[in-house]
Write a protein that binds this ligand. Structure first.
Ligand code: AMP
Length: 142
């Protein structure tokens, strides 16, 4: 199965922000949208970075009370690993495991068309395992 199948179900909505947004605002976006990352869009509409709830949690320990007023650009990860709609779910699982992150923006022809999270991957795998189990049950009963 490919990433595009997951996007068909969950849709291609991507929550984005600019590098100048304050951490305070990003924390509100993460809470209000119930998501784990926001994609940062820079000049010419290009992906400039990604900021995750983990980045903010870690930064609390370093910056304390000055954190809310800091900018996304100060905390985001600039080197973003993306995938394409044609990548397989297995490839996504391998990449997420290797890099120890839980989100991947999906890019097609240079445009951001979705975000895949580890939650989406787990949901897909559970569905796949349930299908396998019911096929085996049918096979045994027949
Ligand atoms: P996460 O597990 O996705 O919450 O992110 C853990 C760390 O990896 C944070 O520092 C994120 O900024 C970073 N990160 C998350 N997704 C990506 C990605 N696709 N490419 C590069 N870094 C990422």
């Amino acid at each position: 199965m490919q990433v595009t199948e997951i996007l068909k179900t969950k849709g291609g909505t991507v929550v984005t922000t600019s590098p100048e947004t304050t951490i305070d605002n990003v924390a509100r976006i993460l809470r209000d949208m119930r998501i784990g990352v926001v994609i940062v869009i820079g000049v010419a509409g290009r992906i400039a970075g990604i900021i995750s709830e983990r980045d903010i949690a870690r930064a609390v320990a370093i910056h304390g009370a000055t954190l809310p007023a800091m900018r996304v650009a100060d905390l985001m990860t600039s080197s973003v690993v993306t995938c394409s709609p044609e990548n397989s779910i297995n490839e996504i699982m391998t990449t997420m495991t290797a890099h120890r992150f839980r989100h991947m923006p999906v890019v097609k022809d240079g445009a951001l068309v979705g975000v895949i999270s580890i939650g989406d991957v787990v949901k897909y795998r559970l569905g796949e395992l349930e299908t396998e189990a019911s096929v085996l049950h049918e096979y045994i009963r027949a």
